[in-house]
Design a protein around this ligand. Structure first.
Ligand code: FAD
Length: 548
């Protein structure tokens, strides 16, 4: 009898059952495979790694080792939206517990006091990919990229997507992506407490020595055991190096080579401090151009947190302090952090995988520290079960992680190359010398053909290969170039009236949004809004969770 090709029958043919089967039946472990993991370091990287392993690979025995006298970096406060999906979907952290204990604030993007001299500013909102109002119209009508999305309008007006209409509040949080501003010590305390509930073992000890060994069939050295200051030994199948800038296992024990980004990113110091916001926090991170670098402003509930990121070759620590005091006279609690920009040649050597500052670091201009940790953590989890067969995966991850870090380097370099806000020796050097070699081709296309995100689809796809889609993509680079008014050839735009009508709608929406301080109170009074943001099936958090 002939088959009736009904929809259920066709669905059978159009479904890749082998792939589904493979995804659902990944072996949980392999003979001779990794069953125990030692994580060295109890900063954000270490605890996020521990939680991910216990949540996603629950049969592993996980131990976190942390030196009681080596402090965590303690900064790292502005983030990107995908972290919200990572925390509440991937790590399954309850959004209400998290909000109550960590007390985050919400960020809609970055306001750049950047690009052009004088009072000029531009916004880099998180809905840059939606492009609801229109890029070319914004540049033509307002000579400022800030007017190109709905969230750009909200940021410009200092309001939030919680609207008041006839005395009723309405939350649009599920449709406009936001990120958290996080107080790093509160975040780490929350992660540590949750990890204890998941039975992550926590050892407080400083590791002072590492015994390495070679393994048959593997060219990489392996870590055999760790020796602590009081002489105890710790032996696990696999180690995750989250020891921060010291890179204790990856670099010091296994000899990974550090590849510097200093020719693109000239800064190497940060002076973190706080200043009051007098009850007027802003719903975004701000990046302010300074004489020899820039300063972040991250609005927390009680005060603004800041950090002046500068190049020690151009400015002494005393001069940096004097400059920030002049601009923020109420600054207090200054703390100096030294760093180097770059990454190691490999993240995974033998049985050691490095996450966080132990692998790489770039200055926080685009708030990418925790995002890169998230990426590394999910990469490693996906590599399980890890066994003798994992060498191909090791090579693959080393290539792809390194490539994405390099793309981040080029993206950040574009911020320094074109910033004409100040005419100081530092900024003159940046404009003349910052190395943007990795996106030179994309910059050439932008100059000749206009915004990259508006190129024909086939071209866009190949340009994405150059600049990457992970994180900022073509829209992100366009926003930064247009925001700094990097010139490009004229491009035909849609009829003016259409753009103006959309702009009017966006401006009205933004004008009815609650200011940030009031929105924070409203959210506290309506915890169901937060649950809705995280669990709404067609909201941005659920969509982002699909890509983790
Ligand atoms: P750390 O926090 O330094 O932790 C290292 C841990 O290793 C500590 O627990 C220490 O005790 C332990 N350890 C080290 N050696 C040993 C040993 N031998 N034995 C035992 N334990 C050991 N990221 C963002 O996402 N947004 C931002 O806005 C942002 N701003 C930043 C600003 C600055 C100035 C800096 C420097 C970083 C910023 N970051 C930001 C990055 C972010 O802070 C870090 O990437 C993140 O906190 C991860 O740190 P970590 O866990 O790798 O290292």
């Amino acid at each position: 009898m002939a088959t009736a090709f009904t929809m259920p029958v066709l669905r059978e043919l159009f479904t890749n059952h082998e792939l589904l089967h493979r995804e659902a039946h990944q072996p949980t472990s392999v003979p001779d495979g990794v069953r125990s993991v030692g994580i060295l370091g109890g900063g954000t990287a270490g605890w996020l790694m521990a939680l991910a392993l216990k949540t996603r690979v629950p049969w592993l025995e996980v131990t976190l080792i942390e030196a009681p006298d080596l402090p965590i970096i303690g900064v790292g406060e502005a983030t990107v939206p995908s972290l919200v999906a990572f925390l509440h979907h991937y790590l399954e952290l309850d959004v209400l517990d998290f909000t109550r204990e960590v007390r985050p604030t919400w960020k809609q993007g970055i306001r750049f006091e950047w690009g052009q001299p004088g009072d000029y500013v531009f916004q880099a909102p998180f809905d840059w990919e939606v492009n609801g109002v229109g890029l070319l119209g914004a540049m033509a009508e307002e000579q400022n990229v800030s007017a190109f999305t709905l969230q750009g309008h909200l940021m410009a007006q200092g309001t939030t997507p919680i609207l008041e209409t006839n005395g009723e509040l309405q939350s649009f949080l599920p449709i406009l992506a936001f990120a958290y501003h996080l107080d790093n010590p509160s975040l780490v305390a929350f992660l540590e407490k949750t990890a204890a509930e998941l039975e992550v073992r926590h050892l407080r000890a400083e590791v002072v020595e590492v015994e390495t060994a070679s393994v048959e069939g593997d060219d990489d050295p392996h870590v055999k055991r760790l020796v602590t200051r009081d002489g105890a030994t710790i032996e696990r199948d696999f180690y995750v190096d989250c020891s921060g800038f010291g890179s204790f296992l990856l670099e010091k024990a296994l000899g990974a080579r550090f590849e510097s980004y200093a020719s693109s990113l000239f800064t190497d110091r940060a002076l973190a401090f706080q200043a009051p916001h007098h009850g007027r926090p802003m719903p975004y991170t701000t990046a302010t151009t300074m004489d020899a670098g820039w300063c972040w402003t991250i609005p927390m509930r009680d005060s603004d947190h800041h950090g002046y990121v500068y190049a020690s070759a151009h400015l002494s620590d005393d001069a940096a302090l004097a400059e920030l005091k002049k601009r923020w006279p109420e600054a207090e609690g200054e703390r100096l952090v030294r760093f180097r920009s770059g990454r190691h040649d490999r993240a995974w050597i033998g049985n050691v995988f490095a996450v966080g500052n132990a692998y790489g670091f770039v200055e926080p201009l685009e708030s990418t520290g925790l995002m890169m940790i998230q990426r590394a953590v999910t990469d490693l989890v996906r590599a399980f079960p890890i066994g003798p067969h994992s060498q191909a995966m090791r090579g693959f991850l080393n290539r792809s992680i390194g490539r994405d870090w390099d793309r981040l380097r080029w993206f950040l370099a574009a911020h320094f190359k074109f910033n004409a806000k100040l005419d100081t020796p530092f900024w003159r050097d940046c404009r003349a010398e910052v190395d943007v070699a990795g996106i030179e081709g994309a910059l050439e296309l932008y100059r000749a053909l206009g915004p990259l995100s508006l190129l024909p689809r086939a071209m866009r796809n190949s340009v994405k290969d150059e600049v990457g889609v992970f994180f900022y993509g073509l829209h992100g680079l366009d926003t930064i170039l247009l925001g700094q008014r990097v010139p490009h050839a004229p491009v035909a735009r849609e009829p003016r009236e259409r753009w103006i009508a959309r702009r009017a709608l966006a401006a009205e929406f933004a004008s009815r949004g609650l200011p940030y301080a009031e929105a924070l109170e409203a959210i506290e009074a309506h915890p169901e809004w937060l649950v809705q943001v995280v669990s709404h099936p067609s909201g941005w958090v659920a969509k982002m969770a699909e890509f983790i």
